[in-house]
Design a protein around this ligand. Structure first.
Ligand code: FAD
Length: 557
C-alpha cells in the first residue's frame, strides 16, 4: 500500500466511478436520491436565493438531476441504512425523535406525511405534544408585555409561538417501521437498490490514477483502499462524498479510562477496526450494545449520561431483568422534544440560520451549535417513562452528580463508585458511594475529522483547517475548491448548523452538493471519460422522469 499522495495509483476500469459515496446511512441516501431527482422541491425562498452568496452562484444553473452515469455507494456493513436499523433495533426504539419533515426525500417536504396517508398508516404517527402553540393575538401579546414589563420579553418571544397551528401535521413522529418503509420507497423510486456494495474504506488518496484496462491516466482523482470480504480492493473516483456518520469515536469518561491514560492512537485504532469496541469486564460504551447482546446476569446497573440514549438503555435494562438502575447525569435532566432548540425547527428557523450563516468566525459558529444543542436531552414521553420507573423503585435518577472515582473489584465482580452530588433529593447530596455490577456510559461520541484513520493521507496531502474537530470546508460542503471531496452529516456542521447531526441536515447537504456537482459535471472538470456522447443518454436513462412531463404531454395533445 502506498502512503504517498504523489504515487500514481492503479485501478481496474470496472472499479473506477464518477462518484463514490462512502456510507449508506440516511445522509448518503439523501445525496444519492437528490442526484437522480429531476424536480427537487425548493429548499430556499426567493429572498434567500438573493441573499445567500452560495445560492446566487447557482441561480443560472437549472437545479435538476445531476447524477453521473457511474455512482457507487460503499458501506462497511453493506446495504442501505444498516447502521440505522441496528441502532433502532438494539435500543428497541419504536418511534423516531424527529418530526415528519426530517427525511431524505428530495422530491417534497411533505412526502413522509403523504406516504403515511396514501399507505393508510396514520395510526403509526405519534403527536409531539407541547410544540404546536396557538398564535397569540396582538391584544394578548400587548397585555403580556404590560404585565411582564418590556425588558422581560425578548425579541423572539414578542414574535409569538415557534410553531403555528397550521403546521400541526408536521409535528408528529413516524414509527420506526413507517420511516424505514418510506426510505425503502425512496430507494426503489430512484432505483438506488444496486448502488451499494459492502466495503470498509481504510484509506483515501487524491492525485493521479492509472485506469488499468483503459490504459488511461486520470489526473486528479481519488483512490480508495477498501476491505471487501477479506480482500483489499482499490477503487477510484472523480468525486467523493463522505457520509460516514458522526458517532464513530466513543467518548469515554476519564474515570473509566484505564491508566495509563488511553492515548490518541488507541482511540484511532478502535475506530479503524471498529473492534475491540469500547468495553471491558463490567463496562461498555452504549455503542457496543448495537453489535453485542445486552450483558447477562446484571442485577444493578449504572448508566452515565443525560441524553435520550441513556433513557432508552434504562428501559432496555429493565426489560433484560436488571433489578435496579442508577442514572448518573452531570447536570440536571433536560427535557425537550428535539435535540436542538425549537427555534431551529419552527417558523423562525430562518432567523436562526441567517444569524448562523452571517457569522464568519468558525469558532463562534461552534458556540452557536453547542448553544442550540445544549448537551444531551430526553423527550417528554421518555421522561414520563423514567418517572414511572422511579415510582416503581426500579430507577434512581442521580442528577448533577459526578463520578469522582471508580474501582472494579475482579473477585466480587462489582464496581465501587465514589460520587459527588448537588442533587436535591433526600440522601443524595454531597459525597456518596455506590456499588453496581455493570456500567454503561451513554456519553456520546467525539467529533474529530483529524482522528478518522482513513483520511490521514488526504489530510497530509491536502490539509484543511479544523475547528473543534470540524473541517472548515466550503459552503458547497467541498473539502476545498480543488479537491472534489464532499462532506455530509455531523462533519458538515460548520456550514449547515446544528441540524447537520441528524436528519434535519440531510436534504440541505444533498442540495448543496448536487448544485456543485452539477457545475463540475457540466464544466467537465470531473466528467473526463464520461463527457462523451454516451453521457447524456446514460443520464437520461438513469434519471427518474420529470413528474410534470405528463402535463406537458397533455397540453401538446
Ligand atoms: C439511537 C439513535 C436514534 C436516533 N434517532 C434519530 C431520529 O429519530 N431522528 C434524527 O434525525 N436523527 C436520529 N439519530 C441521529 C442519527 O444517527 C442520524 O440522524 C443519522 O443516522 C445520521 O446519518 P448518517 O448517514 O450521517 O450516518 P449513519 O446513519 O451513522 O451512517 C453512516 C454509515 O457509514 C458507514 N461507514 C462509516 N465508516 C465507514 C468506512 N470507513 N467505510 C465504509 N463505510 C463506513 C457506516 O457503516 C454507516 O452505515 C439517532 C441516532 C441514534 C444513535
Amino acid at each position: 500500500m502506498s502512503t504517498s499522495h504523489t504515487t500514481c495509483e492503479a485501478v481496474e476500469s470496472e472499479n473506477f466511478y464518477d462518484l463514490i459515496i462512502v456510507g449508506a446511512g440516511p445522509h448518503a441516501l439523501a445525496v444519492a436520491a437528490r442526484l437522480y431527482e429531476e424536480t427537487p422541491s425548493s429548499l430556499y425562498t426567493d429572498v434567500e436565493h438573493q441573499r445567500l452568496h452560495w445560492l446566487r452562484r447557482y441561480s443560472s444553473v437549472p437545479c435538476r438531476a445531476c447524477a453521473p452515469p457511474r455512482v457507487l455507494v460503499l458501506d462497511r456493513l453493506g446495504g442501505w441504512m444498516t447502521q440505522w436499523d441496528r441502532q433502532f433495533k438494539a435500543y428497541d426504539i419504536k418511534h423516531l425523535r424527529s418530526p415528519m419533515f426530517f427525511h431524505p426525500d428530495p422530491r417534497d417536504l411533505d412526502s413522509l406525511v403523504a406516504y403515511a396517508e396514501t399507505e393508510g398508516r396514520q395510526a403509526e404517527l405519534v403527536e409531539i405534544n407541547g410544540v404546536v402553540g396557538k398564535e397569540l393575538s396582538k391584544h394578548c401579546r400587548k397585555c403580556r408585555q404590560k404585565s411582564k414589563g418590556k425588558t422581560a420579553i425578548t425579541r423572539r418571544q414578542s414574535l409569538g409561538v415557534a410553531v403555528n397551528e397550521r403546521s400541526r401535521q408536521d409535528y408528529f413522529t413516524p414509527s420506526t417501521r413507517l420511516f424505514r418503509d418510506f426510505c425503502d420507497d425512496v430507494i426503489s423510486r430512484y432505483r438506488l437498490e444496486n448502488l451499494v456494495q459492502q466495503g470498509a474504506v481504510t484509506e483515501v488518496q487524491y492525485g493521479h490514477v492509472y485506469i488499468k484496462s483503459e490504459d488511461h491516466l486520470s489526473h486528479d482523482a481519488f483512490t480508495l483502499t477498501v476491505e471487501q470480504t477479506g480482500q483489499t480492493v482499490r477503487f477510484g473516483s472523480r468525486a467523493l462524498v463522505l457520509a460516514t456518520g458522526a458517532g464513530a469515536i466513543p467518548s469515554i469518561p476519564d474515570v473509566l479510562t484505564p491508566t495509563p491514560k488511553r492515548s490518541k492512537t488507541t482511540k484511532h485504532m478502535q475506530h479503524e477496526s471498529n473492534a475491540p469496541l469500547p468495553q471491558h469486564e463490567g463496562y461498555c460504551h452504549s455503542s457496543a450494545l448495537v453489535t453485542r447482546p445486552f450483558p447477562q446476569n446484571v442485577r444493578t446497573l449504572a448508566i452515565i449520561g443525560g441524553g435520550l440514549t441513556s433513557a432508552q438503555i434504562v428501559n432496555l435494562a429493565l426489560k433484560h431483568g436488571v433489578k435496579k438502575v442508577f442514572l448518573l447525569c452531570r447536570s440536571h435532566l433536560k427535557v425537550k422534544p428535539f435535540d436542538v432548540d425549537l427555534d431551529w425547527l419552527g417558523k423562525y428557523q430562518n432567523v436562526q440560520k441567517m444569524a448562523f450563516w452571517q457569522e464568519d468566525d468558525p469558532e463562534a459558529r461552534v458556540k452557536q451549535i453547542r448553544g442550540a444543542r445544549n448537551g444531551g436531552s430526553i423527550t417528554p414521553p421518555y421522561h414520563k417513562i423514567l418517572k414511572e420507573h422511579v415510582k416503581r423503585g426500579k430507577l434512581e435518577m442521580l442528577t448533577e452528580t459526578q463520578i469522582k472515582a471508580a474501582a472494579w473489584d475482579p473477585e466480587q465482580k462489582r464496581w465501587q463508585l465514589e460520587l459527588t452530588s448537588k442533587c436535591a433529593l433526600p440522601n443524595h447530596s454531597g459525597n456518596m458511594s455506590l456499588q453496581v455490577d455493570y456500567i454503561v456510559s451513554a456519553t456520546g461520541s467525539t467529533m474529530s475529522i483529524e482522528a478518522l484513520p482513513f483520511l490521514q493521507n488526504l489530510q497530509a496531502s491536502h490539509p484543511v483547517d479544523v475547528v473543534c474537530g470540524f473541517p472548515h470546508i466550503t459552503d458547497d460542503l467541498q473539502w476545498n475548491e480543488k479537491v472534489p471531496l464532499f462532506v455530509v452529516g455531523g462533519y458538515a456542521a460548520l456550514q449547515l448548523g446544528p441540524g447537520a447531526f441528524n436528519l434535519a441536515g440531510s436534504r440541505e447537504a444533498a442540495e448543496r452538493i448536487a448544485n456543485r456537482l452539477n457545475v463540475l459535471w457540466k464544466e467537465s472538470v470531473l466528467a473526463g471519460a464520461s463527457a462523451d456522447a454516451g453521457y447524456r443518454s446514460a443520464m437520461e436513462e438513469l434519471v427518474v422522469g420529470n413528474r410534470y412531463a405528463a402535463f406537458a404531454e397533455d397540453i401538446i395533445v
